[in-house]
Design a protein. Structure first.
Length: 277
């Protein structure tokens, strides 16, 4: 199946976002405005930084924009342009935060010396109740919301589709509007970002590389979606077989054919559970 790419790549494109925000001045400014505080100095900014757990040789995570300041605090900024279920978004943020801790311990930090970690998701779709543009999460006691755990971890979600019922920084608000495609603005920060995005789209070499990356990314997403659907259907088939449901009904529930149901039954040694109509 052919994949149609846009004629103009916006800031919500993974590749363009990384290309622009791997520059220290842009990453620093956006993070500062989201947090509402000043970061004295940025030590490093990495696009597509990969972190793996050396202790377990597990599959790693690839961060969009990974920032470390001079005090050792770490920040991950993710552009999330594909609609994601709220539960999966929350679990993903938890996983990313944990892998940032892995990165710190891989470098020899003791847990008592671990600095602040902040995960920021920039979502190009409505999230949670849809009423706000920015949601900051920290751990606190269920019995007393004023009692903070103070584990130096914060997870922040921003939505360009929020209802604007909250008060947020002007530069952040303008950037969220820019994510929605609003390019006409007097905001100097967004003007600078837009200038970079236009330069990316005008450079044939950069644009060609972006197109290759976007094509690969979309193919990976389609494959992942196809694999997830296959696994879901297989789960439905196995569960239905164990419940002794008729073959035709199982095929209908799993949106597949009777022969496919038989294949799955054979694969999992469940042929004895097949109930013919």
């Amino acid at each position: 199946m052919s994949i149609k790419l846009p004629s103009y790549f916006r800031i919500t494109s993974d590749s363009v976002f990384k290309f622009v925000f791997k520059r220290k001045q842009y990453a620093k400014h956006l993070i500062e405005k989201i947090l509402g505080r000043t970061i004295l100095s940025i030590k490093s900014v990495e696009a597509e930084k990969v972190v793996t757990d050396n202790k377990f040789d597990a599959k790693g995570v690839r961060f969009d924009i990974y920032v470390e300041d001079e005090e050792g605090s770490r920040y991950d900024v993710e552009m999330q342009s594909v609609q994601t279920e709220q539960e999966l978004l929350a679990l993903r943020s938890r996983y990313y935060a944990s892998m940032m801790d892995v990165d710190a311990t891989n470098k020899g930090d003791e847990y008592r010396d671990m600095k602040k970690t902040v995960v920021i998701f920039l979502c190009n779709f409505a999230i949670f109740d849809g009423k706000l543009r920015q949601y900051n999460f920290i751990r606190c006691a269920r019995q007393n919301k004023d009692l903070e755990l103070k584990d130096n971890t914060e997870i922040i979600f921003l939505s360009s589709k929020g209802a604007k019922s909250d008060i947020i920084d002007e530069d952040v608000a303008s950037f969220l509007d820019y994510m929605n495609g609003k390019t006409k603005t007097d905001n100097l920060f967004v003007k600078s970002i837009d200038k970079e995005v236009k330069a990316v789209n005008k450079d044939p070499t950069i644009r060609r590389n972006i197109m290759k990356w976007e094509m690969k990314l979309r193919e990976e997403r389609e494959y992942a979606a196809s694999k997830a659907l296959k696994e879901k259907n297989e789960f439905i088939i196995i569960t239905s077989l164990k419940e002794k449901l008729p073959l035709t009904l199982i095929a209908k529930l799993a949106e597949t054919t009777v022969s496919k149901v038989k294949e799955v039954a054979k694969k999992h040694n469940l042929e004895n559970l097949i109930v013919n109509n």
